[in-house]
Design a protein around this ligand. Structure first.
Ligand code: SF4
Length: 103
């Protein structure tokens, strides 16, 4: 009979405390991996963005915003471009791509 033995308590409460420790961290990690919306241009003048044919996903892996000298990363995972207002996706690109100069 396993009821009220030391082994029983360790099995029940040990498992429960492990679950309490792991579950919140699983929830947090999936939230951190959520990609921010770098393409929300609500209230932003998109004229120049459109003229430069900005796309949120570059067709050329060597010409991504994050590799461009006009790109500035932001803490939320998106970035900004010096050529037009509003957020840009680090994986995006446009006609004015200019590779970063080695420092
Ligand atoms: S100039 Fe174009 S490629 Fe460079 S950061 Fe701005 S949008 Fe991205």
């Amino acid at each position: 009979m396993e009821q009220f033995t030391r082994r029983y308590f360790l099995k029940v409460f040990g498992g429960a405390s492990a679950a309490l420790f792991v579950l919140p961290q699983v929830g947090c990690s999936s939230k951190k991996e959520e990609k921010p919306n770098c393409n929300d241009t609500t209230g932003v003048d998109t004229t120049l963005r459109q003229q430069l044919k900005y796309v949120p996903k570059s067709q050329d892996p060597q010409k991504r915003c994050e590799l461009c000298q006009f790109y500035t990363p932001m803490p939320n995972g998106c970035g900004s471009c010096q050529l037009f207002p509003g957020p840009v996706d680090p994986q995006g690109s446009c006609m004015s791509f200019a590779p970063k100069q080695p420092s």
